[in-house]
Ligand binder design. Structure first.
Ligand SMILES: [Zn+2]
Length: 291
């Protein structure tokens, strides 16, 4: 099992784009989260991208701790499906830190810079990452909702700007098409497929990334995959199902029965809920059996 290691997202996404399915990025927050995702993808023989935001990285005591935990867990569990450990919405400094700490994929989110500065910084990060065999995601047009405290306006990306960034040789490209992070408001107008089609036309075989996968209706997910989306990020949905299952356990008074207060018992319903959510997403995105 000594050959079990993290991989770049390049190969799994190239296959997904060609095969018209999407690989899920599931964000992780702690040991239970990581174990829930890894055991589920192994059972379903699906490739996976584990997303770590800078905030979640700090919470878990640094990217180095996350890398050590994830790789050790993969070896112990005998995880043989492709797993990429990916920095989500990395800053310029955060991206460099994740590279130093052994992440196999990084997102450099330069969407808040002007396009010229975004291009310059993305180029630099791409060169550093490729020297280590690490894949790179870039973002054009900030994605609405909250990204670790930064509120984006929910822009729709300019397809010509997407082409400029894609031409820098990034592995994958996230473009705002009306998607937002967190829970979608009732008056949400949906995804802009016209712009997505234009981006795909201009960027060719580049795997496109859809952020804010929580609460996008299944038919919109399928249509976006048919238009070149090969990676879909899911974060909030696992948080909601974890919280819901944990609340039910407490409300039912189970923590007061016997040793129900034992954290290994207390956190188990949430663990199972994450597994169920991940399974549902992998089935919807079509990546089951594609490892
Ligand atoms: Zn995002």
């Amino acid at each position: 099992m000594s050959d079990i290691k993290l991989v770049s997202a390049q190969e799994m996404l190239t296959k997904a784009k060609a095969g018209k399915y999407a690989v899920a990025q599931i964000n992780i927050n702690n040991l239970e989260w990581t174990k829930a995702v890894l055991t589920t993808v192994q059972e379903l023989q699906s490739p996976i991208i584990l997303g770590v935001s800078e905030g979640a990285g700090k919470y878990m005591c640094g990217f180095n701790t996350v890398t050590a935990m994830t790789t050790a867990m993969m070896k112990t569990l005998g995880i043989t499906v492709p797993v990429a450990l990916h920095l989500d919405h990395g800053s310029y400094e955060g991206a460099k830190q994740a590279l130093a700490d052994g992440f196999s994929s990084i997102m450099f989110d330069g969407s808040h810079y002007g396009i010229e500065e975004n291009i310059e910084k993305t180029k630099e990060i791409v060169a550093l990452a490729y020297a280590k065999g690490v894949s790179v995601e870039a973002e054009v047009g900030s994605i609405g909702g909250e990204e670790d405290g930064v509120i984006g306006g929910g822009e729709v990306a300019d397809p010509e700007e997407c082409k400029k960034i894609a031409d820098l040789g990034v592995t994958m490209l996230a473009a705002g098409i009306g998607n937002i992070h967190g829970v979608y408001p009732p008056n949400w107008t949906g995804l802009n497929f016209e712009v997505l089609a234009k981006i795909q036309e201009l960027t060719g075989t580049m795997p496109l990334v859809l952020h804010g996968g929580t609460g996008i209706p299944a038919d919109m997910i399928k249509e976006s995959i048919s238009l070149g989306v090969s990676k879909i990020n899911v974060n909030t949905e696992c948080q909601l199902s974890f919280a819901e299952a944990t609340r039910k356990y407490i409300e039912a008074g189970k923590d007061r029965e016997g040793k129900g207060f034992d954290p290994r018992k207390l956190l188990n319903p949430g663990y199972e809920a994450i597994k169920a959510t991940v399974k549902e997403k992998l089935e919807l995105f079509g990546s089951v059996g594609k490892a």
